[in-house]
Design a protein. Structure first.
Length: 73
């Protein structure tokens, strides 16, 4: 949750909307999973959603790297 929060802030500073939105979604999902920590069934139900958000974040980072490469940075 903390790491996605940090990425969200950095993405906002860089005006990278896709990266900010996906990190915000992961942060929200991590918070939901954290709230359900005492309920193993809820944790298991949240894992696929959290993984999907993480995969979206990974793709957003790859897109950002591709953009930087395309402008010569």
């Amino acid at each position: 949750m903390r790491a996605s929060h940090v990425i969200k802030g950095a993405a906002s500073n860089l005006m990278c909307q896709q990266l900010r939105q996906t990190s915000m979604a992961l942060e929200s999902q991590a918070s939901t999973a954290n709230d359900a920590a005492g309920d193993p069934a809820a944790v298991q139900a949240n894992l696929p959603i959290a993984k999907a958000r993480f995969d979206e974040l990974r793709q957003a980072v790859a897109n950002y790297h591709a953009y930087l490469a395309s402008v010569g940075i």
